[in-house]
Design a protein around this ligand. Sequence first.
Ligand SMILES: *Cc1c(COP(=O)(O)O)cnc(C)c1O
Length: 395
Amino acid sequence: MNFESLKHLEHEHVMQTYGRFDLAIDHGQGSLLYDLQGNEYIDMTSGIGVNALGHNYLPLVQAIQNQATKILQASNLFYTEPMVDVAQKLNQASGMKKVFFANSGAEANEGMIKIARKYSWDHYHDENRLVILTLKQSFHGRTIATLEATGQDHFHQNFFPFTNGFDYIPANDMQALQNYFATHKIAGLMMELVQGESGVRPLDPQFVCEAAKLCQQHDVLLMIDEVQTGIGRTGKFFAYQHYGIEPDLVSCAKGLGGGVPIGAVLANTKCQDVLQAGDHGTTFGGNPLAASAARVVIDTVSAPEFLNDVQDKGTWFMDELKKLNLSKVKDVRGLGLMIGIEVAPEEVMNDLTKLRQKGILALKAGTATIRFLPPLIIEKQQLQTVLDVCKEVLG
Ligand SMILES: *Cc1c(COP(=O)(O)O)cnc(C)c1O
């Protein structure tokens, strides 16, 4: 099918919820993507932080093919080996204790929220101690509850009423954090450690450590949303491992299946048994197909050499970019291979288009940030090409 017919049919049959780039992806290889006309691009999007191992990564493809000949879905009424394997590997990589499998990031966050509320209710029986605190400029998903958890008003419009189960403070505001804990009773604090969707903003380590300390003092669950930052994206298996904190709950999704939808909630000793039979569930969660993919991703990404390589490439890229001193660039931020380049708000879309015309696919974050989330396996040579193009477009 040619591009124009595809676009036409999409407009006719698909709800117009996305502002799509003017491009149809056909296939990929490694860190390269090819459109319907056969044009080649360096993929700095990886399906929004999903294709951690790039495209057509042989061990991943083979694992999926092999699993497809055995069984795709069995339901959680039965024991299945790939799922149990993935749970064990996630616990080993994180030091957490038990896993609940979901199918997406929002769903994983819903699971965390349910655990936090049930934990608080079980221990305190206080209906005024069930609110989840989140940060302004956060992003936690698109279900009604995770939308409410998202600390950005413009996402809330059109979808009232909410459940009043969430409250917000500004990120990195130590005073607001301390005041809030001194004056409110809450069940949990949920946050991203690098706010992705709103502009690639790493949180201050001091703020994060103070938050962890206050949570512990008040028996408030520390819930880290690692949907975007997890599975090696920042150069550690989970981003919280940079901050020296011990979360009670961690959610992950995006990179976990390497392109196959899967999400997970990880719980520590304190929270591992909060949910009991019948408290929570999902038809597809942890299905053999998704789990067989996640198994390969975790095995590959959790190797120390792999994680060090991600960190080295990310640091090198950001240093080189800063050294270029490009006139349009206002700030370069990030951690590992989660990189944001702040430009003028009125220019960001135009810059993305120019990058695309020169063979680089990138994302937007917030109102003024170019976001790079390349496959974690991207080669330094390819990153050098991206730098060269940035120099032309943003100079
Ligand atoms: C993408 C994202 C989500 C939502 O994940 P979905 O799989 O789209 O439901 C939640 N939290 C963060 C931090 C994300 O980046």
